[in-house]
Design a protein around this ligand. Structure first.
Ligand SMILES: [Zn+2]
Length: 247
């Protein structure tokens, strides 16, 4: 399918009725004839026809996903080599991205924050390593409730590294560090529960619609950012501890 042929069609977002049979407003595929429609630029929530709320019925989402996968599949017989197949490919890829993002509680929350204009600090392994390589000290704010623990843990990790360098072995220290790692992992999991309870504030505001206050909106978002940052911090710490134990 050449570029000019695509350009000759009306812009996808202008399509209100099915390009094939002309009946009704068709978003992803036509209810009447089943033809796939040109993809419209929508966010993942809208793609599934969901409100921008964080509590999602995942089994229902999964059911929708499988049904849509079937209806939008690019390999359906009559579609080969046509403009419709091209749209099928685009719609299917959008469907997969939307599903992967919305089914996961963390990815879903991060995506919502992004839609609301908030990008979390990049704390991935590659970002940390890049920062280390460039000699730049990555400024990471220690969550206040972890200050004491982190301080102690870092001292123990330092001791462990020293002992390893000297070829010494201290099983009691290794056991103690392992115990702390387990506690951190439990905290990491508990933060998911905390995040899920923070969703309620946001979802309630979404139900109120435009009458919800801007301040409340910002507070609800900030709370989620805080939980995700703490969770990322702990995840990085657990990774550092694992590395120290393995090396
Ligand atoms: Zn149709």
């Amino acid at each position: 399918m050449s570029f000019t042929e695509i350009k000759a069609k009306p812009a996808p977002e202008e399509t209100q009725s099915c390009w094939s049979c002309g009946s009704m407003r068709a978003a992803r595929f036509c209810e009447a004839c089943g033809k796939v429609q040109p993809p419209a630029p929508v966010d993942y929530f809208s793609f599934f026809g969901l409100p921008r709320k964080l509590k999602v019925n995942v089994p229902a989402l999964e059911k929708d996903f499988y049904e849509l996968s079937r209806k939008l599949h690019p390999d359906l017989n009559a579609r080969a080599g046509t403009q419709e197949q091209e749209w099928s490919l685009q719609q299917s890829s959008l469907l997969n991205d939307a599903y992967r993002t919305l089914k996961d509680p963390i990815k879903r929350t991060q995506y919502l924050l992004k839609l609301e204009g908030i990008e979390l600090e990049e704390q991935s392994k590659s970002a940390t390593e890049k920062a280390r390589a460039s000699g730049e000290t990555k400024k990471q704010i220690v969550p206040p409730d972890l200050l004491e623990e982190v301080f102690e843990l870092n001292m123990q990790l330092e001791e462990l590294r020293m002992q390893k360098k000297m070829g010494e072995d201290d099983p009691a220290l290794i056991e103690e560090i392992g115990r702390q790692k387990l506690e951190l992992e439990e905290k990491h999991d508990a933060l998911l529960q905390e995040l899920e309870s923070d969703w309620k504030a946001w979802d309630t505001l979404m139900e109120k619609g435009p009458s919800g206050s801007e301040v409340e909106r910002k507070q609800a978002l900030a709370k989620m950012v805080d939980v995700l940052n703490r969770r990322n911090y702990i995840r990085n710490l657990v990774r550092d501890v694992s590395e120290a134990l393995e090396n």
